[in-house]
Design a protein around this ligand. Structure first.
Ligand code: ZN
Length: 229
């Protein structure tokens, strides 16, 4: 398969950033999974007390298989924790649990970026496959308008990844505040560990946005190149 040098120019830095972010997440997670928190509370128990503190007792707590599969599900109003996070009294577990509860708080408040993000899901689901098809068809058939429509549809993925950033950063800020307010992190080392895990996770979202931007710039460069020909 032929991969154009222009594509490599656009995509490689973004790809490297993505790999670096994954590496950071994994190393921060494995490191702070081994550090016991001073309250000696498991992720599952921390979740219960934080949900209670936030008057979010109606949220269901479920355990899911896999590693780093923890998430808040706004549709079912449930908090899914991976086994390791739910069962270990680690610093990493505290950070992850509190971050996901941050999303639950956003959901209850109707936090605007989260609502916008939710509204974009169908657009992205369609645009991410139909956009490239229309774009390539437009280029092959020399129909500039069609290619532009394809690019526009595909751009929904960039908007989505950008709007994800405030949602994620805000959930992490809430997490730190929540853990401190409830006395779950008391030492500087614990705070450092929680921040390391959460900032590594945030970097993966930044990398996803950069990758999305790189793809769109590449498509746009193809489109302007085809016009010049
Ligand atoms: Zn999140």
């Amino acid at each position: 398969m032929y991969i154009s040098p222009t594509y490599i120019l656009f995509a490689l830095p973004a790809l490297l950033l993505g790999l670096y972010a994954q590496f950071r997440v994994r190393s921060a997670y494995t490191r702070y999974l081994k550090v016991r928190n001073r309250s000696n509370v498991t992720g599952g128990n921390a979740a219960l007390s934080l949900l209670r503190a936030g008057s979010l007792e109606t949220i269901k707590l479920v355990e899911v298989p896999g590693e780093l599969t923890d998430h808040y599900d706004p549709r079912h109003k449930s908090l899914a924790l991976s086994q390791e996070v739910a069962r270990t009294p680690s610093v990493a577990a505290l950070g992850i649990v509190a971050h996901e509860i941050g999303h639950a708080l956003q959901d209850r408040e109707g936090y605007l970026p989260m609502r916008l993000r939710g509204g974009l899901v169908p657009v992205v689901q369609i645009g991410s496959w139909l956009g490239p098809i229309l774009f390539i068809a437009g280029l092959l058939l020399s129909l500039g308008g069609l290619a532009q429509v394809g690019l526009l549809l595909f751009s929904g993925t960039l908007v989505f990844s950008l709007i994800t950033l405030p949602v994620e950063f805000n959930a992490s800020a809430r997490a730190i505040a929540m853990l401190q307010a409830n006395g779950l992190i008391v030492s500087d080392e614990e705070e450092k560990g929680v921040r390391a895990v959460l900032s590594a996770a945030a970097l993966t979202y930044v990398a996803a946005a950069v990758q999305s931007l790189a793809n769109i710039l590449y498509y746009a460069s193809l489109l302007s190149g085809s016009r010049r020909r």
